[in-house]
Structures are given as structure tokens and as C-alpha cells.
Design a protein around this ligand. Sequence first.
Ligand SMILES: Nc1nc2c(ncn2[C@@H]2O[C@H](COP(=O)(O)OP(=O)(O)OP(=O)(O)O)[C@@H](O)[C@H]2O)c(=O)[nH]1
Ligand SMILES: [Mg+2]
Length: 319
Amino acid sequence: VTPAATDALVARALDGDRAALARVVSIVEQGGEPARAASAEYHRRAGHAWIVGITGAPGAGKSTLTDRLVAELLARDSTDSGTRVGVLAVDPTSPFTGGAILGDRVRMQEHATDPRVFIRSMATRGHLGGLSASAPQAARLLDAAGYDWVVVETVGVGQVEVEIAGHADTTVVVVNPGWGDAVQANKAGLMEIADVFVVNKADRAGARDAVRELDAMLELSAQRAWRPPIVSTVATGGEGIVDLVAALESHRAHLTAVGEVAARRRSRAAEELTAVAVELVAQDALARCQGAAFDALVNAVAEGTTDPYAAARELLAGS
Ligand SMILES: Nc1nc2c(ncn2[C@@H]2O[C@H](COP(=O)(O)OP(=O)(O)OP(=O)(O)O)[C@@H](O)[C@H]2O)c(=O)[nH]1
Ligand SMILES: [Mg+2]
């Protein structure tokens, strides 16, 4: 894709062309120079959407919940301006998807053809700048394209979810009854990042215990100005979704009231800048790992006349 073609594509995406938007998400997903060029075009237009991160263990019901959440957000729209919702399903364990929906991991068929909804799955593995580079950029892109809510679903695999949650305005942590999910959430550092807890699959035994466990752990963790509410849901039956939206709205109202929205967005900008800087440096470093000078240093390390650290420094110092 030429830079001019990228610009035209981004312009169409921001004008509401969903096919173009899907292609720009792919560009963002793949990173590199085209992604940087696209970013320059959409970045200025972003800043209006409310970004909701939904994370939790595999199979916790995040996609089912997101599907219901989307329906509820659309149903609430009493104005004619038309609420639009973007959904990004991020799978940190997959290689690039190239735009393919990850089979039944994205259970949102109901909304797939709704013009008010844009759904995409993304993979983040393989990014030089780490996992945090592409998903937040895609969320920003949807923001710029006029989506009022952007829901980012991330499969919880430890540190990654914490990383990606740092980019949301409201982070929802989904746990299930039993299996010591609440304890796991605590160990994984999710107590600190959760703005809202959801105990999904509340139709199963032990839901009340899970709520109690979470509540007790919140009591023990550092007190914050915002105490995360705990919402019980049965995503498959649509139960508790109204409460979930109410929790999102009140968190949003809280952040707005205490002036935290700008502070969060600033720390997000800091993280994004860091991720992009790391990506650029990593690309530069990789570009130097070839050619005669590189080969000579490889030989020196192999023969033991120098060590890899000294060789790497020499490699990076060269112009
Ligand atoms: N009993 C019950 N099952 C549910 C509920 N919510 C979701 N499920 C089921 O749990 C399974 C996993 O749901 P998903 O929505 O795909 O979960 P997920 O967290 O998105 O899964 P991954 O994206 O693969 O991590 C599906 O079979 C759902 O039908 C619920 O409230 N109660
Ligand atoms: Mg899912």
C-alpha cells in the first residue's frame, strides 16, 4: 500500500466506510511504516469514545457478555444521533489474523451486520513493540471513526491483560463462580486494574461465594477513591446487563467528576509513546543485524574473542 493509498483509505474509514475501516485495522495490526502513516491521519480525530476493556480467563464469557453489552448500549440510545459501538476482540496468543474473525471466539453474529456496530478480532503476537502496541491504536482508530463506545475484549493470560487494561477508560474483570477465580484474579494483579468486577455464569453454583470473596479481597486491598462494584451476570440469558451498564456509567461519571479522565488519557499516551518508541528502536536494531559488520561481530562472538553484550553495543553504536 502506498502512503497516498493509505491516506485515502484512512479518510474513507473516518467517513464511515466500514470496509475501509476494516482494512485500516489490518494495517494498524501489522504495524510498521504504513501503520505509522495511518496513525498520523486518525490520531487527531480521536478522544471522544469511552473505551471499555473486558478481560478475564479463557471461556469466562467475555464475548457473550460483550454481545449483550453492545445490545444494551444500542437499546439505550434514545436520541437520533445514533450510538455506535466498536468491538475489538484481542487475542494475545494468536499470530496476525489478517482480518479473519476468530471463529466462535467472537460470539457476536447478532450484531455483525448492524451498521451501528463494528466488530473485529485482532492478534497482537509478533509485535516488536510488545503486545500493547496495536490494540490501543485500533481502539483510537475506532474512536476517530466516530464510535461512541469501544469495547476491547482481551483473553486473560497474565501480564498481557494488565498491560492492555491500562489503555481502557473503564476496565471490567470477568470471573466465574468456583475454581478460585477471585483468588486467581487477585494473584494476577487484577484487583488493582479492575474498575468493575463481573461474576458471570451466576446461574452456576457458588456465584454468591465468588461475590463475597471478591468483596473481601477488595476490603483488604489498598483503598481507592473508587471502589469497584461487583455485578453478577448470566450473559447467556442477558441477566445483569443493565446493572453492568449502570456500573460503567457510574464509573465514567466518577472519573469525570474527579478529573481523572484527562489523567488516565495522559498516562495512556505515555504508555503508547513508550511502546512505539520501543518498536522503532527494535526495528532499527533488527535492521543492523545483517551485513558485513554484523557477520564480523557474529564470528568474534562465536570464536570467543568478544562477548555478545560488547558486540551488541558495538553494533548499535555504528552508524
Ligand atoms: N452457564 C453459563 N454459560 C455461559 C454464560 N456466559 C457464557 N457462557 C458460555 O461460556 C462459554 C464461553 O463463552 P464466551 O463468551 O465465548 O467466553 P470468552 O470469555 O469470550 O472466551 P474466550 O474468548 O475463548 O476466552 C460459551 O459456551 C458460553 O455460552 C453464563 O452466564 N452462564
Ligand atoms: Mg471471547
